[in-house]
Design a protein around this ligand. Sequence first.
Ligand code: AP5
Length: 208
Amino acid sequence: MGPPGAGKGTVAKVLAKKIRIPHISAGDLLRTHMRKKTELGKKASLFVDKGQLVPDDLVIEMMRKRLLQSDALQGFILDGFPRTEGQAKALDKLLSDEHMTVDHVLNFDASNKKITERLSGRRICSKCQEIYHLKNIPPKVSGICDRCGGELIQRKDDAAGTIQKRLEVYREETAPLIRYYDEQKLLRHVPADLEVSDLEPILEKLMK
Ligand code: AP5
């Protein structure tokens, strides 16, 4: 959990590789649907492009299908889900039906200055969605993904006006979930302003 640009996706990808479980990002799944112009993608883009949340029923069904795939049976790292109390309750129900539980909830605390700097410099691969930053985490060859050779693009919802809307939506709809998980004693705070390499040992400790 954490505001847009806090580094959730970047760190989740590093952790997933390390502990060999899939990184399941609601935002990545929605962008894939949007790129393929599926029915869900067409509906989702009406919300995502404006920085609003996609309605719970659509997101919950998408995540339910993904979490029941065989690679997720040994666990997974969720990124960007749940984002509302309705989604958190649906996740609890889904996990309990599958005899699973949430082990840790990592909350990324990032300053507004870092958020703005990170979102304005972010580029993602148009094919595999790998995340880069023009200054902090640049690709080896400008504009080209190191991993798959895809073209790097700027996300449509990283436009300045849309970032403000996403921050508002985060504060109003998602931040209250911090309390939901704190009450269950699952919440761990991540000092997200740090560089990725400095965060790794901290995360290892937090997840013990
Ligand atoms: P989503 O894709 O989840 O966007 P978000 O939550 O706004 O988060 P971001 O992806 O912007 O940021 P991040 O924290 O992952 O940062 P990143 O690692 O990229 O969702 C997009 C949209 O989809 C939503 O607005 C909504 O419309 C919809 N949606 C998604 N989930 C939904 C749900 N559950 N319900 C309803 N709607 C939903 O890092 C940012 C930049 O900083 C990168 O350039 C990176 O290279 C750099 N960076 C990261 N960490 C560091 C570091 N430690 N040091 C230096 N640079 C760093």
